[in-house]
Structure formats: structure tokens, C-alpha cells
Write a protein that binds this ligand. Structure first.
Ligand SMILES: [Zn+2]
Length: 303
């Protein structure tokens, strides 16, 4: 049995997962307004699970941010309530249970390794393309955190091989200019469409419009694919992973997995098989399923 928590700014999910990967319990609720109330809320949620199931240690927690190992502090751009807090230590005290904390991207990498048959793929890069953008790296069944907890923090690297107009006024949520997250998140796609048309549309609508042959939406999608391709070319140059998995809302767009590898030859010195790029989707109705699965299985890979 495993227990995973996804701690988001708008919703908290908790799940109890069998060793076969089945969700025997899952629940979601709105987070409290203060940090101390949040800890009480999490303790109550875990107690509810413990009353029904034998919850082993540690419980894994997926967050929008990362933990700095030397201080235990969370750095988060998207979840102010937990930013600069010693979340793991505070949760352990409140829950009376040991806890592991990792980013959404790192949990997605663990989910990929534990859900898919990747035994012959020692180096895995997983990318969450959603409202926020982050990655995770597994090498030889070990999730990499790094001395600063930053391993896989792809979203706040700069867009490589930029053309002049791409850097103008592109201030990221982190305060710097030109971060990949600013370009390839759901909001990034929506922002690009707005620059082209003056109209604001959701990324889901833009993807649908491109499918129906809308030229402007198609253009926005091609630019998005080119930017993700450039960002992944950098990952391939540094890590040369056996497999790259994309999860999150944008992974629902099937065209990405055909079009992104087609653009690699311009940016990668060697020929790379297109089949290393794989979608990470799930038929489980719980929207947080993969992140919860990854959080629950952190104990197996965060050695
Ligand atoms: Zn940034």
C-alpha cells in the first residue's frame, strides 16, 4: 500500500494506492487559507485514510515547487502558501508520519517509471506541460533531486535558439525573461494566440480550432511545437535520455508527438529516433491520477 498527496494551490488530493497500482481511496478538497490550517487539514485527511487502511511510511507529496535540501525550505512560484516554508518538517510534525516532498515534474517521472514498462529505459526525462511547466529525471531507478533540489526544473531555463522577437517583453512569473514556462504552458499558448489575433482563447479552444483547419490557431500550434522541440533538444544534448514522456493537459494533443521530433534535426547534432518521445496519459478519471501515483511511489525511487 502507498499513500500520495498532491498539494496544489486550488485543490488538494490524497490517494491510497495498492501495490498493483489500483486506487482504493481518493479524495479532493479545497485548501485552507492559512499554512497552519493547511497542516491541520492534511493531518485530518491522513488520519481518515489511516483509520481505514494501513498507511506505510513515508507518504509522498507532490508540490508546485521544489525543496532545497540544505534548508528544507520550499521554493514555489505558483503556491505562495507553502513558499519559504519547511513543509516536509512541518507536515511530519502535524501528520506524525514521515514525508517525502517532490515537484510535480519529479512525481510525473516516478509515475512514468512505475506505471509504464520502462525496465529497459534507464534514463527517463518526464515533463509536465500544464498551467505550470516542470520536469523530472530518473537515472537507473533513482529520482534525481540534486544538491539544490533543482534537477528537472526545465520550465525556468531560457528558451534556446530564440529569434529576436521572442524575447521582447516576455517576463516570466519568476521575474526573468524568456523562460520556457512562459512560452509552452497553457497560458503561454493562449498568450501567443492573443498576440496574433488580439483575442483571448483557452489553450483547449486553440488546439480544437487548429484541428478544424483554422490557420491562425494552426500557426500558434506550430510555434508551440517548435519551442518545445528546441527545449527538448537541450535536454537531449545534456542527458541523452532513453525516453522523454510528456504529461499534463498539453499531452492530450496527439500532434505534438509527431511534430516535435520532426524539428529536432535542426538542433541536435546526431539523429534521434522519434519514438523516444511518448505521451503520458491515463484512463483513470481522477485528473491528478499520475501525480498522486508518482507521489505515492516516491519512496521507491527517492533513495
Ligand atoms: Zn521563469
Amino acid at each position: 500500500m502507498k499513500c500520495g498527496i498532491r498539494l496544489g494551490p486550488l485543490e488538494i488530493s490524497i490517494a491510497v494506492i495498492t501495490d498493483d497500482g489500483d486506487f482504493v481511496y481518493s479524495s479532493s478538497f479545497k485548501p485552507a487559507d492559512t499554512y497552519s490550517e493547511l497542516l491541520v487539514q492534511l493531518a485530518a485527511a491522513l488520519k481518515h485514510c489511516s483509520n481505514r487502511y494501513d498507511i506505510p511510511s513515508p507518504v509522498g507529496v507532490s508540490v508546485k515547487g521544489h525543496e532545497t535540501p540544505s534548508t528544507g525550505m520550499i521554493t514555489s512560484l505558483h503556491h505562495p502558501l507553502i513558499a519559504q516554508k519547511t513543509l516536509r518538517r512541518d507536515m511530519q510534525a502535524a501528520l506524525k508520519h514521515s514525508v517525502i516532498v517532490a515537484s510535480d515534474g519529479q512525481c510525473l517521472a516516478v509515475a512514468a517509471r512505475s506505471v509504464l514498462e520502462l525496465d529497459n529505459k534507464p534514463t527517463i526525462f518526464a515533463l509536465s506541460l500544464d498551467q505550470s511547466v516542470c520536469g523530472g529525471i530518473i537515472v537507473s531507478d533513482k529520482l534525481l533531486f540534486g544538491p539544490h533540489g533543482l534537477a528537472g526544473d526545465w520550465g525556468h531555463l531560457s528558451l534556446p535558439w530564440p529569434v529576436d522577437h521572442e524575447m521582447e517583453g516576455r517576463i516570466c512569473v519568476c521575474g526573468r525573461t524568456g523562460c520556457l514556462e512562459h512560452f509552452v504552458s497553457l497560458e503561454g499558448l493562449s498568450h501567443d494566440y492573443e498576440l496574433l489575433t488580439g483575442k483571448k482563447l483557452t489553450s483547449e479552444s486553440i488546439i480544437k480550432q487548429a484541428e478544424t483547419g483554422d490557420i491562425v490557431a494552426e500557426s500558434a500550434m506550430q510555434v508551440l511545437e517548435d519551442r518545445i522541440s528546441r527545449g527538448l533538444a537541450m535536454v537531449i544534448g545534456l542527458l541523452d535520455p532513453d525516453v522523454i514522456l510528456i504529461g499534463g493537459m498539453l499531452a492530450e494533443s496527439k500532434r505534438l508527438f509527431t511534430n516535435i521530433p520532426r524539428k529536432w534535426p535542426g538542433n541536435i547534432r546526431s539523429s534521434v529516433n522519434s519514438d523516444i518521445l511518448v505521451p503520458l496519459r491515463t484512463s483513470n478519471p481522477c485528473p491528478d491520477h499520475l501525480y498522486l501515483h508518482g507521489a505515492g511511489h516516491l519512496c521507491d525511487y527517492a533513495k
